[in-house]
Design a protein around this ligand. Structure first.
Ligand SMILES: [Zn+2]
Length: 81
């Protein structure tokens, strides 16, 4: 059993997931910002040579959420990468 206690009040947290609700469909994602690619092609090429990271995007379907019914604390974690 996947039980998790709230780090703020110690109550048991309820596990949930993020879903698409309503229309039009809205896609949610968690993004870790990286370096934007330069509009200058030479600078962009140098960025590539330096292996500068771009945005890391995790789709919402990879997240699990935990809600504390005691205090309302909400926590999210990656289900898998
Ligand atoms: Zn709590």
């Amino acid at each position: 059993m996947d039980e998790r206690k709230c780090i703020r009040c110690g109550s048991l947290m309820v596990k949930g997931e993020i879903r698409e609700i309503g229309t039009p469909i809205v896609f949610l994602a968690f993004v870790i910002p990286g370096n934007k690619t330069s509009l200058n092609p030479i600078s962009a090429f140098i960025q590539g040579l330096n292996d500068e990271s771009s945005d890391q995007v995790y789709r919402y379907s990879n997240f699990l959420g935990y809600l504390c019914k005691g205090c309302g604390y909400f926590e999210m974690t990656l289900n898998h990468i």
